[in-house]
Unconditional design. Structure first.
Lengths: 99, 222
């Protein structure tokens, strides 16, 4: 097994952190954009860009409620995203065991 | 934080992380997220242990010489309720802080659990009123019953909640509190305050130590 076995979409520090943080929530829960940003210490633009990539791969799903300044965006890891993170973790473990 | 601050959004480079660095980042992020999203902490448990000992101890000191049992005077009851309110306030604050921004199924579940708990406690106090109305002695109504029934309800609620979430340490604590409460009922209307105070305090101290050990082990593992 080589490092190519690691999902390139997750194998970026910011996206790995996003996926790992959202995976800490129980299944069926979502986290607000601002709380996620606060927990990871990323800039809003940076977080949006990484989330968009994860969303394009259907690893995360975001939902916007309300309008204008009172609108809120919540982000959740999908089953597909959770499975991808599990597979990534397993591949990483096997690579480390092979060193 | 972990080398990701200020990283350009379109940077697809893993940031020079080797496999060990990636594994460390993954574990650190998981631990940190779990810690920040969980309202429980060793300090909160330690505070609960102190509150239980002081509140129940104060009541025991005021009722230990009573023959027949009349119950704690208003001043000691005020201390008891004030301490319990402070304890509830700290838990509510910690819970709100940890769950800020969280929405979804678990939030709905917790609200439903809260309704069930409040209903059970209301039932306990309604039954206490019924016992007093039916002529049960003050020792039974305001001593053994009120404390034992309250702790049994809280212990059962917490045990069921922990079992569903597969939180075995918390399940063990809740079941042990149930047993301490049931056993303490045999100590009589005055002794029940001391027995429950010392018993619950010891259990909460042990739980606090276990939480601290678990946190330290998690940090060492990271």
């Amino acid at each position: 097994m080589t490092i190519d076995a690691l999902d390139p979409l997750i194998h970026v520090p910011a996206r790995l952190q996003i996926a790992a943080t959202l995976a800490a929530l129980p299944d069926g829960d979502a986290l607000s954009f601002t709380r996620l940003q606060d927990m990871l210490g990323l800039t809003p633009g940076n977080l949006i860009t990484h989330l968009r990539k994860l969303e394009d791969a259907r690893y995360v799903i975001s939902e916007k409620t309300g309008n204008g300044p009172s609108s809120k965006t919540s982000v959740a890891l999908t089953h597909r995203g959770r499975a991808a993170l599990d597979a990534y973790t397993e591949a990483l473990r096997e690579l480390l065991n092979g060193l | 934080m972990d080398g990701t601050h200020g990283r350009e959004a379109d940077d697809e480079d893993p940031g020079g992380l080797d496999l060990h660095g990636t594994a460390r980042l993954l574990v650190q992020t998981q631990r940190r997220a779990q810690r920040e999203l969980d309202f429980r902490s060793p300090w909160l448990s330690l505070f609960a242990a102190a509150v239980v000992l002081v509140a129940f101890g104060a009541v025991w000191l005021s009722v230990r010489g009573q023959h027949p049992y009349k119950g704690p005077p208003a001043g000691d009851l005020a201390i008891l309720y004030a301490l319990l309110l402070i304890r509830i306030g700290t838990v509510v604050y910690a819970h709100r802080r940890a769950k800020a921004g969280v929405s979804g199924r678990s939030v709905t579940q917790e609200r439903a659990e809260g309704v069930a708990l409040v209903a059970a406690l209301v039932a306990v106090y309604a039954m206490m009123a019924a016992l007093a109305n039916d002529g049960a002695s003050d020792g039974v109504v305001y001593g053994v019953y009120v404390l034992t029934a309250t702790l049994v309800v809280l212990g059962t609620f917490w045990a069921a909640r922990s079992a569903v979430r597969e939180e075995w340490l918390e399940l063990g604590l809740a079941v042990t509190i149930l047993l301490v409460a049931a056993g303490s009922a045999f100590a009589g209307p005055s002794g029940v305050w001391l027995s429950d105070g010392v018993g619950c305090c010891a259990l909460l101290l042990a739980y606090s130590a276990a939480q601290a050990w678990r946190l330290r082990a998690a940090r060492a593992g990271a």
